[in-house]
Design a protein around this ligand. Structure first.
Ligand SMILES: Nc1ncnc2c1ncn2[C@@H]1O[C@H](COP(=O)(O)OP(=O)(O)OP(=O)(O)O)[C@@H](O)[C@H]1O
Ligand SMILES: [Mg+2]
Length: 256
């Protein structure tokens, strides 16, 4: 079974184009099983604002108090997951929403409870259930809320969660769909990046904010089991006639 793990950014959910769904269908037609993991940044921010709860970010990660956690779970499992499953179904892509903290689907431990609160680092993904759904040609749509120690649930950055899933199923491709064309430098798309070039762009401050966990997840997946990792836009086609768009991570140094 060829698999693609797609991380769909909350940033782009409202702007997903018809071309995005065409690319998803083309992947399925070419024999790929798709597993989706989604984020929900803007939706979580809107709910926090409405509830007048403040939150801050450290290195692109949301500091998560108990209150923020409850709001994030509501936005992710109650709203984003529902919207995404419905959109896929409307486009004829059979899918089923799963909350990753259920039945130990995704387990995590605290990264640094004092600094970040209820933010998790994934320690295990139970890929059996995910693979059963893939064999049924159903796209599993996973939240990035994981089961933590002693009955807690933890908020996992969705890029990190998707990376853990891509590694657990040894995905052929790991695709992070966001609201920009890929990694940009001076407004231009960088079509290929090595680990060293990526680290240089982080140090130079060219890669910042939410792009940091994204490129770090890309590099982690790439150094583990996944051979093809891409960051693409959800506003455009990302896969056409067998060709991938956006930024691809490579082992060899290329001129950019
Ligand atoms: N060098 C860069 N190239 C492109 N985008 C960058 C760069 N540096 C920072 N960014 C920011 O990263 C953002 C994408 O990350 P962000 O976390 O906001 O979205 P997401 O991960 O797709 O959504 P979510 O976090 O809701 O799942 C871009 O919209 C852009 O503002
Ligand atoms: Mg993000």
């Amino acid at each position: 079974m060829k698999t693609v793990v797609v991380k769909c950014g909350g940033s782009v959910l409202k702007e997903l184009s018809e071309d995005f769904f065409s690319s998803m269908k083309e992947l399925q037609a070419n024999g790929y099983s798709i597993i989706l993991v989604h984020g929900g940044g803007p939706e979580i921010n809107a709910m926090l604002d409405a509830l007048k709860i403040e939150s801050e970010f450290k290195d692109g990660l949301r500091v998560t108090s108990k209150e923020v956690l409850e709001t994030a779970e509501l936005a992710l499992a109650g709203s984003m997951n529902r919207k995404l499953v419905r959109l896929l179904e409307q486009h004829g892509i059979a899918s089923i929403g799963l909350n990753s903290s259920d039945n130990g689907l995704m387990q995590a431990e605290f990264i640094d409870k004092e600094q970040l609160g209820y933010v998790g680092d994934v320690t295990n993904v139970n890929s059996d259930l995910i693979e059963i759904l893939c064999h049924q040609n159903v796209v599993p749509v996973l939240t990035p809320i994981a089961a933590g120690p002693d009955g807690t649930v933890l908020n996992v950055n969705a890029d990190h969660a998707a990376c853990a899933v891509a590694n657990a199923v040894s995905a052929d491709h790991f695709l992070m769909v966001t609201d920009v064309d890929g990694v940009l430098h001076n407004g231009e798309l960088v079509s290929q990046l090595t680990e060293q070039q990526t680290n240089e762009l982080i140090e130079a401050g060219v890669i910042s904010g939410g792009m940091i966990p994204k490129v770090k997840s890309a590099l982690k997946a790439f150094s583990d089991h996944v051979h093809h990792v891409h960051i693409v836009s959800g506003k455009k086609p990302f896969y056409e006639q067998g060709a991938w768009h956006g930024t691809e991570f490579t082992k060899e140094k290329v001129t950019v």
